[in-house]
Design a protein around this ligand. Structure first.
Ligand SMILES: *Cc1c(COP(=O)(O)O)cnc(C)c1O
Length: 459
């Protein structure tokens, strides 16, 4: 029998109406926004697939919890609930709340890295690498080569290549490594998971040299779903159990609660290391707030504690990842070139394959993202030459291998009919692709140009 449909494991209790717009109106909005989807007003967007960060719909239980916020400066009961949820579900003893993931990364990097030390990561994330480098650390990519190859269908493209770690130790010595920063469902590789077998090996390797794992745990839950579906021995285990096992290989984690944890804002640092906890508590007071709120209100901590309890339900995560797969499959069926296997949080359209005659200097992914918005009001984001920026030495555009449009699915927000609209719009554009002209950049910020750059159509 074919895989049966799983319906969303929730009913809709409150709705947020979407403004109905016409292609003419959207063409005007896109021109005003300089053909950059980051510069659109959210009001003018029909289906917003810009990011899955902080865009979650909360449950009635979480909203009810917001009314139970204890806004005391010190010792809020919501902090103790949050701590208990993390103890039970993540399995770490100590918790330091922060306003977002990057604040936990800042504290961890400052406290755990001696200048000149290496921090191996399976690929990288922008803020994680930035904080490592600010602390004087050196980023070292230890992901398997398949992760950099869009044509590879490896089921665990997020795996660590132990041989790369061995070479680093052979050249620099184990003392030169601060810790292993391991990310589940690697964002920059398209949401690709690692296997538990690989993690077990990485953990054993670390123990041999006395090097701990500190997870960038942002999308660990989605990774657990792939382990349950793809890895031998895990089909009958619950997500909650798999999650606990995965976290057990780490000494601690930094977390952006805007992803897995089903809230709109928040983050934390968790650890089993007494000394690290003590020093992190001292530091959080300087940068975030007292160690029992760390930049979050009591009500936000309550919603977060409840989100953590809800996220490990098997039905939730199956529905979440299968919605992403559903969109991916619809696009494959329509002949739209995408990166496979589909990851846990997003579908990536291969703009080079979509617009094969367009030179990369005409910004194919940026062009396609703009065209998609005008066609159907779907907001996506460019991950290609614009995001890659310029080479600081030559001043020329970097020409990355990947020229992608990212369709990122928020959690519990859209139905599969919304996904159908997205797929049909992509299909319609594919049929008229010969009429899609490229763009020229008319304003270019010096740093992180993709956020604010402006474009005009090439005649
Ligand atoms: C979002 C994200 C972060 C940073 O978290 P913020 O809450 O946005 O500060 C770190 N790592 C990964 C992999 C992320 O996706």
């Amino acid at each position: 029998m074919t895989k049966r449909t799983i319906a969303e494991p929730y009913k809709i209790k409150a709705v947020e109406p979407i403004k109905v717009t016409t292609p003419e109106y959207r063409a005007k909005c896109m021109a005003e926004a300089g053909y950059n989807t980051f510069l659109l007003r959210s009001e003018d967007v029909t289906i917003d697939l810009l990011t899955d960060s902080g865009t979650t719909a909360m449950s009635d239980r979480q909203w009810a919890g917001m009314m139970l916020g204890d806004e005391a400066y010190a010792g809020s009961r919501n902090f103790y609930h949050l701590e208990q949820a993390i103890n039970e579900i993540y399995g770490f003893k100590y918790v330091v709340p922060t306003h977002q993931g990057r604040a936990a990364e800042h504290i961890t990097s400052q406290l755990r890295i001696q200048p000149g030390q290496y921090v191996p990561m399976n690929m990288y994330f922008t803020t994680t690498r930035e904080h490592v480098e600010r602390a004087g650390g050196i980023f070292f990519d230890c992901i398997i080569d398949e992760a950099h190859d869009t044509s590879s269908k490896h089921p665990f493209k997020g795996n660590v290549d132990i041989a790369k770690l061995d070479r680093l130790v052979a050249e620099k010595g184990a003392e030169a490594i601060a810790y292993l920063s391991i990310a589940p469902c690697v964002n920059m590789a398209g949401g690709q998971p690692f296997s538990m077998a690989n993690l077990r090996e990485v953990s054993a390797w670390g123990e041999r040299y006395g090097i701990p794992i500190i997870f960038d745990a942002t999308r660990a839950l989605e990774n657990c779903y792939f382990i349950q579906q793809r890895e031998e021995g895990y089909a009958d285990r619950s997500i909650r159990e798999i999650f606990k096992e995965l976290m057990s290989y780490g000494e601690g984690c930094t977390m952006s609660s805007k992803k897995d944890n089903l809230v709109n804002i928040g983050g934390f640092l968790a650890t089993n290391n007494d000394e690290f906890f003590l020093r992190a508590k001292e530091m959080v007071v300087v940068f975030e707030g007292l160690h029992t709120y760390g930049g979050m209100s009591g009500r936000d901590m309550e919603a977060l504690a409840r989100g953590i309890e809800e996220m490990v339900e098997d039905a939730h995560i199956a529905s979440r990842v299968r919605q992403v797969e559903y969109l991916g499959q619809r696009l494959i069926d329509a002949g739209v070139p995408i990166v496979e296997p589909v990851g846990g949080h997003a579908v990536f359209i291969d703009a080079r394959g979509f617009l094969p005659d367009m030179p990369q200097d005409h910004f194919p992914a940026q062009t396609l993202a703009a065209a998609l918005y005008v066609d159907s009001g779907v907001r996506s984001m460019e991950r290609g030459i614009v995001s890659a920026g310029r080479d600081p030495e030559t001043g020329e555009h970097r020409h990355p291998k990947l020229e992608l449009v990212r369709l990122t699915i928020p959690r519990r927000v859209y139905t599969n009919l919304h996904m159908d609209v997205v797929a049909e719009s992509c299909e319609a554009l594919l049929q008229q692709r010969d009429s899609i002209a490229g763009l020229k950049m008319v304003y270019e910020p010096e740093k992180l140009r993709f956020f604010q750059a402006r474009f005009e159509p090439l005649a």
